[in-house]
Design a protein around this ligand. Structure first.
Ligand code: SF4
Ligand code: SF4
Length: 474
């Protein structure tokens, strides 16, 4: 640690921010960040977005489409329901297409609008900023009061406020953990388990308790470190940006030389060095050092903070604003190769996804030959024999409505003496039901003479399923 401190002290103070992460002090220990609350244009819209996203997260498990939970990831049954569409493990290519589309969408969004996902829609930001920091502010006061409370250390007031805060954090984390689990167990099943003794559902109980504790730890203590040192997207997002990407930027041409560094013969810039933009930053950085810093989650708090200051000193807003290095509007730069490439790849993924979903059959029917001997010669009456082939019919109703399935031998084969030996030819399948049926085909020996194999097909409802009938060639 000593060498870190020495290296830090030796560096140029103007450039010292490059030597370490904003959340670390010169000894490498964590610098606790106390961001000030801010109001303004973007804050209002971020509040609305956060409320909307949290309500969606809480409500989705309770919403139903076509009688089934709107979004359900039923891992034990390998069944995934998304707004009326149900996917199974054999729909793996669809999952690949959905994941691919989401990844390319994120790349496209970052190349065009920087870390807009991080600042506006990432669950870490939405819950931390929209719920936990807000509650912390209600209990412990402003950023200065929170800092002072921590500085004073153990006291009755400290224990009371911290104890109440952590209790509330755990209760809310537990609520969010239950809501999260409902996406996997189903909301009705979750309610059933909540009503029962935890000992009867020990695994889900432990799982939800661990998630609640992890969320409490993350939103109560770990916080911005998740964005800065853990999140892989946060680490590689800078390679997705280019000079035309729209990010949160400080206008150094207008702002510099800022107050405090202006020389006597220079015209001062608009930045009055009030550090309000730094005080509100949830990751503790100074946006004036550079745009697109690793720690910047593009939350826009510094824009609102600086606009407030500019208003007070009668200067135009926008010293910190959304902008790009090229200073060209997105409408003129979106046709660049990187964006066009992402658009084309995304369009390909979406087209494949739409085609795959559109071409899914309501009834998945397959006929497989049984594993035992290929055929059996069966005496049916004195001097008469039939060739018996054994098959399995696998049926899967892929819709949420019941359906009826009919198995039929085509007329052209009925006329050649082929018959069906099965416990029935019609079956009812409940919504999403799987069924396996064993049946036999009886065919006259002359059908096989000279070939041994006869191309054949069944009709399952109106679908033609092709197989081979096998018998003695002589
Ligand atoms: S809030 Fe604006 S004026 Fe104040 S330090 Fe930041 S950039 Fe300068
Ligand atoms: S620099 Fe501004 S936009 Fe970036 S994280 Fe800090 S406050 Fe948010």
């Amino acid at each position: 640690m000593k060498f870190l401190k020495e290296a830090f002290l030796k560096s140029d103070p103007q450039q010292a921010f490059r030597d370490k992460l904003s959340m670390l002090d010169e000894t490498g220990h964590r610098n606790k960040i106390y961001p000030a609350r801010v109001s303004g244009f973007f804050r209002r819209y971020r509040d609305l977005t956060q409320v909307f996203l949290i309500l969606i997260f809480l409500a989705l498990p309770w919403m139903r489409v076509g009688g089934a939970q709107a979004v359900l990831f039923d891992l034990p049954r390998r069944q995934f329901a998304i707004f009326g569409l149900t996917f199974w493990a054999h729909d793996g290519p669809l999952v690949f297409l959905v994941a691919g589309s989401a990844a390319v969408c994120l790349f496209l969004m970052t190349a065009m609008l920087g870390r807009v996902w991080c600042g506006w829609a990432c669950p870490q930001t939405v819950f931390l900023d929209g719920v936990f920091r807000r509650i912390e502010g209600w209990i412990e006061g402003s950023h200065l009061q929170r800092r002072e409370l921590d500085r004073q250390g153990l006291s009755f007031q400290y224990l009371r406020k911290k104890g109440f805060k952590w209790l509330l954090f755990f209760v809310l984390s537990s609520l969010f953990a239950h809501s999260f689990i409902a996406y996997f167990t189903g909301a009705d099943e979750l309610l059933r388990m909540i009503r029962e003794d935890p000992a009867q559902n020990m695994t889900p109980f432990l799982f939800v308790t661990i998630i609640s504790l992890l969320l409490t730890f993350n939103f109560g203590w770990f916080r911005e470190q998740l964005c800065i040192v853990v999140c892989p997207y946060g680490r590689f997002q800078s390679v997705l940006l280019d000079p035309h990407s729209i990010t949160v930027m400080y206008d150094s041409v207008r702002g510099e030389p800022r107050k405090g560094v202006v020389k006597t013969d220079e015209k001062p810039g608009d930045c009055i060095s009030c550090t309000r933009c730094v005080q509100v930053c949830p990751t503790g950085i100074d946006i004036r050092n550079a745009s697109g810093q690793l720690e910047c989650i593009a939350c826009t708090a510094c824009i609102d903070a600086c606009d407030e200051v500019m208003k007070k000193i009668n200067k135009p807003a926008g010293l910190i604003r959304y902008g790009s290095w090229s200073q060209q509007p997105l409408s003129q730069t979106w046709r660049r190769p990187r964006i066009v490439t992402y658009f084309v790849v995304l369009a390909g993924f979406l087209a494949a996804l739409v085609y795959s979903v559109g071409s899914r059959k309501d009834l998945d029917a397959q006929i497989l030959r049984a594993k035992e001997s290929p055929y059996v010669v069966l005496p049916t009456s004195p001097g008469e024999k039939k060739i018996l082939n054994h098959f399995h019919l696998h049926l899967h109703n892929q819709t949420s409505a019941p359906t009826r399935v009919r198995l039929k031998i085509p007329d052209e084969f009925v006329q050649r003496g082929v018959t069906l030996g099965s416990p029935g030819t019609e079956w009812d399948l409940a919504s999403h039901e799987f069924k396996q049926i064993h049946f036999f085909v009886l065919a006259p020996p002359p059908l096989f003479i000279g070939t041994g194999n006869v191309p054949f097909y069944f009709l399952v409802n109106d679908e033609r399923l092709e197989v081979q009938l096998v018998g003695p060639a002589n």
